[in-house]
Ligand binder design. Sequence first.
Ligand code: ZN
Length: 79
Amino acid sequence: MASFRNRCGECSYATDWGAESASTDAMLEHYSRAHPDVFPGGVVEFRTGRARREGPGFLTIVGVVVLICLFLAALRDCR
Ligand SMILES: [Zn+2]
Protein backbone atom coordinates (compact mmCIF):
# COMPACT_ATOMS: atom_id res chain seq x y z
CA MET A 1 0.00 0.00 0.00
CA ALA A 2 1.40 3.38 -0.96
CA SER A 3 1.52 6.35 1.36
CA PHE A 4 1.78 9.99 0.40
CA ARG A 5 3.14 13.25 1.68
CA ASN A 6 3.14 16.76 0.33
CA ARG A 7 6.08 19.14 0.35
CA CYS A 8 5.37 22.84 0.48
CA GLY A 9 6.51 24.84 -2.55
CA GLU A 10 7.16 27.96 -0.45
CA CYS A 11 9.06 26.64 2.59
CA SER A 12 10.59 23.40 3.91
CA TYR A 13 7.34 22.12 5.44
CA ALA A 14 6.29 18.55 4.60
CA THR A 15 3.22 16.67 5.80
CA ASP A 16 3.45 13.30 7.54
CA TRP A 17 3.26 10.13 5.46
CA GLY A 18 -0.32 8.92 5.13
CA ALA A 19 -3.34 8.67 2.90
CA GLU A 20 -3.32 10.93 -0.15
CA SER A 21 -6.45 12.82 0.85
CA ALA A 22 -5.23 13.40 4.43
CA SER A 23 -1.86 14.61 3.12
CA THR A 24 -3.54 17.00 0.67
CA ASP A 25 -5.84 18.33 3.39
CA ALA A 26 -2.86 18.92 5.71
CA MET A 27 -1.02 20.82 2.97
CA LEU A 28 -4.06 22.97 2.15
CA GLU A 29 -4.34 23.79 5.85
CA HIS A 30 -0.62 24.66 5.94
CA TYR A 31 -1.01 27.01 2.95
CA SER A 32 -4.04 28.74 4.44
CA ARG A 33 -2.12 29.26 7.70
CA ALA A 34 1.46 29.97 6.51
CA HIS A 35 1.01 31.29 2.97
CA PRO A 36 -2.51 32.73 2.78
CA ASP A 37 -1.71 34.87 -0.30
CA VAL A 38 -0.20 32.02 -2.36
CA PHE A 39 -2.11 29.51 -4.47
CA PRO A 40 -1.39 26.02 -2.98
CA GLY A 41 1.34 24.11 -4.79
CA GLY A 42 4.41 22.05 -3.95
CA VAL A 43 5.32 18.45 -4.62
CA VAL A 44 3.52 15.19 -3.85
CA GLU A 45 5.75 12.25 -2.90
CA PHE A 46 4.63 8.65 -2.57
CA ARG A 47 6.23 5.42 -1.44
CA THR A 48 5.18 1.80 -1.44
CA GLY A 49 4.54 -0.26 1.67
CA ARG A 50 7.93 -1.84 2.23
CA ALA A 51 9.98 0.35 4.56
CA ARG A 52 13.24 -1.60 4.50
CA ARG A 53 14.30 -2.19 0.92
CA GLU A 54 17.94 -3.23 1.24
CA GLY A 55 17.67 -6.14 3.71
CA PRO A 56 15.16 -8.35 1.84
CA GLY A 57 16.69 -7.39 -1.53
CA PHE A 58 20.16 -8.47 -0.46
CA LEU A 59 18.85 -11.74 1.01
CA THR A 60 16.97 -12.42 -2.23
CA ILE A 61 20.18 -11.98 -4.25
CA VAL A 62 22.09 -14.30 -1.89
CA GLY A 63 19.27 -16.86 -2.18
CA VAL A 64 19.37 -16.76 -5.99
CA VAL A 65 23.17 -17.17 -6.02
CA VAL A 66 22.91 -20.18 -3.65
CA LEU A 67 20.23 -21.75 -5.89
CA ILE A 68 22.41 -21.26 -8.98
CA CYS A 69 25.37 -22.90 -7.18
CA LEU A 70 23.19 -25.86 -6.12
CA PHE A 71 21.85 -26.16 -9.68
CA LEU A 72 25.36 -26.16 -11.17
CA ALA A 73 26.55 -28.68 -8.55
CA ALA A 74 23.60 -30.96 -9.38
CA LEU A 75 24.43 -30.72 -13.11
CA ARG A 76 28.04 -31.62 -12.44
CA ASP A 77 26.99 -34.65 -10.34
CA CYS A 78 24.73 -35.96 -13.09
CA ARG A 79 27.54 -36.36 -15.60
ZN1 ZN B 1 5.00 26.40 3.50
